[in-house]
Write a protein that binds this ligand. Structure first.
Ligand code: NAD
Ligand code: DAU
Length: 337
């Protein structure tokens, strides 16, 4: 079985590559990644010599390269993670989000159609549904209308619609997964949880947007990996599955939990200007996926404890990142803090 994993050098794709290489030694796992600022291969040092791990440096929006690779390898499955993934960057530089997330997905769909893949698994996000209000009894279901609010989520919703259209028009076998906020090992430090951990460890201020009351539904990345594994093998053709674990927290609660776990002072919290178009609340109803047999193994308390410990044990990985190009990004985004 040949499985192409796009974006396998990033956060979730990287965890998924590790999960698949170890769980399925008889599968050939191909990591397809162009290595943007968010991709790094050091996370795969432990598997780079495994016979069932392969890497191809390729841009998903480069039609010729993708067609050539797909025609050569004749993948059975494509699991598509590669994307520009950070909402803040989509507000300042939307164009690359359209190129990678929309055009890149369409190129992959054409290539998958050309070689008749068994299934195209499109990894999407709960952000395509827009936002919920603070009523704790409301959730996103698979039938919630798409109403994306940021250039990032609009580009992801566009790619979802293309995947759906290739299924309807060309009968391309597919599933779409829509997951809530992930956290865990190798989360890039531009995102709230790793940003907070890395800054608190360096006794630097943590920028909290607006009042910190916005709510996200947090899922440990390994629980997301097991969900995708299940959907890839057991998902009903053409279906959408929401992924989330009922772990809703305000941003302020998340930041305070991390500060407390690291034994530091809440004086490190700094309220800063709100994100433009900041979605109030995300919350997932995962019952359709649970009926398929999925169960998360982490709750937020166990997951955040494991994650904080991982960042303590793997300082070299994130220190290398925050001393590079990321430094200029941080200054541009937040001013010189
Ligand atoms: P990430 O930013 O950490 O990684 C993205 C990866 O894609 C990087 O390795 C990057 O090099 C690669 N990439 C970018 N452009 C590419 C291109 N043109 N060609 C080939 N590779 C390219 O992202 P992530 O947080 O791991 O998210 C992965 C996927 O999961 C995305 O599709 C995202 O929309 C979705 N998702 C993320 C979350 C989350 O909380 N992070 C939640 C739900 C869904
Ligand atoms: O819901 C799934 C989405 O989760 C994914 O599709 C995205 O790829 C992923 O980046 C994530 O999007 P968010 O915008 O929710 O994640 P982020 O970590 O950027 O922000 C989480 C919350 O924290 C959000 O309400 C904004 C806030 N925030 C974020 C940063 C970076 C702050 O208050 N301060 C910050 O410095």
């Amino acid at each position: 079985m040949k499985v192409a994993v796009t974006g396998g050098a990033g956060f979730i794709g990287g965890n998924f590559v590790q999960y698949m290489v170890n769980k399925y030694p008889s599968y050939d796992i191909f990591n397809l990644d162009v290595l943007t600022y968010a991709g790094d291969l050091t996370k795969h040092k432990n598997i780079e010599n495994n016979e069932n791990y392969h890497f191809a440096k390729v841009d998903i929006s480069n039609r010729d390269e993708i067609m050539e690779l797909f025609n050569k390898e004749k993948f059975d499955y494509v699991v598509h993670f590669a994307a520009e993934s950070h909402v803040d960057r989509s507000i300042t530089e939307p164009e690359i989000f359209v190129k990678t997330n929309v055009l890149g997905t369409q190129v992959l769909l054409d290539a998958s159609k050309a070689i008749n893949v068994k299934k195209f698994v499109h990894v999407s996000t709960d952000e395509v549904y827009g936002e919920l209000d603070f009523d704790p009894t409301t959730f996103f279901t698979e039938d919630t209308p798409l109403q994306p609010n940021s250039p990032y989520s609009a580009s992801k919703a566009s790619s979802d619609l293309l995947v759906r259209a290739y299924h309807e028009t060309f009968k391309l076998p597919m599933n779409i997964t829509r997951c809530s906020n992930n956290y865990g090992p190798y989360h890039f430090p531009e995102k709230l949880i790793p940003l907070t951990i890395s800054r608190v460890l360096n006794d630097q201020k943590v920028p909290v947007y607006g009042t910190g009351e916005n709510i996200r539904d947090w899922l440990h990345v390994l629980d997301h990996c097991s969900a995708i594994d299940l959907v890839m093998h057991e998902g009903e053709n053409g279906e959408v599955y929401n992924v989330g674990g009922h772990n809703e927290r305000t941003n302020l609660e998340v930041v305070k939990t991390i500060i407390s776990a690291l034994g530091k002072s809440e004086d490190l919290i700094e309220f800063v200007q709100d994100r433009l178009g900041h979605d109030k609340r995300y919350a997932i109803d995962p019952s359709k996926l649970e009926k398929l047999g999925w169960k998360p193994t982490y709750n937020f308390d166990t997951g955040i404890a494991q994650t904080v410990q991982w960042y303590l044990d793997n300082k070299e990985w994130w220190e290398t990142i925050i001393s590079g190009e990321y430094k200029q990004y941080f200054e541009k985004q937040y001013g010189n803090k």
